[in-house]
Design a protein around this ligand. Structure first.
Ligand SMILES: [Mg+2]
Length: 160
């Protein structure tokens, strides 16, 4: 079950600080949206606004990579002035790899951040970049198929 083990396990996106980014030599973060940065289908909160500003201040690019619709991604990204891609087909590497190439993001300075093993962490591993798993935000608002996947994820996490 070690296959799904992320490089880093943090509680929340805000655990990624200026110091953490410098220590780990991170210049680009590809991030899942729903339950990673905000509650499912909801906008971000003030903590997210502060965190995005911190990334900008430190020259770290945040790119949203979601399996949700492009409409959801656009509504989320616009107020924050960030870019994002919907329908990313995670865990397939193809979309994220394509966008990394377009943006000139390097493998050794890019992270994949997400809350799900079978989409986000697996995708990052398929791309060949470091992965960060966070606890899901607003879990009580998640669709039933994700609730089911959480049970399998928890089984795997107990075994790595
Ligand atoms: Mg998610």
């Amino acid at each position: 079950m070690k296959f799904f083990k992320p490089d880093f396990e943090l509680h929340h996106f805000s655990d990624i600080t200026k110091e953490w980014l410098e220590k780990n030599n991170v210049q680009t973060i590809f991030s899942d949206l729903d339950s990673t940065l905000a509650t499912h289908d909801q906008p971000g909160d003030d903590e997210l606004i502060d965190w995005i500003q911190m990334l900008k201040n430190n020259g770290v690019q945040l790119v949203i990579a979601s399996n949700n619709s492009q409409g959801r991604v656009d509504r989320f990204c616009e107020p924050h002035g960030i870019i994002g891609f919907g329908k990313c087909k995670k865990p397939s590497a193809s979309e994220v790899r394509k966008h990394m190439n377009t943006l000139g993001a390097k493998d050794d300075t890019t992270l994949f951040l997400g809350d799900q093993l079978f989409t986000d962490i697996w995708c990052g591993k398929n791309v060949g970049i470091r992965t960060v798993l966070v606890n899901p935000i607003g879990q009580e608002h998640e669709p039933i198929q994700i609730v089911f996947k959480r049970k399998i994820e928890n089984w795997i996490k107990k075994r790595w």
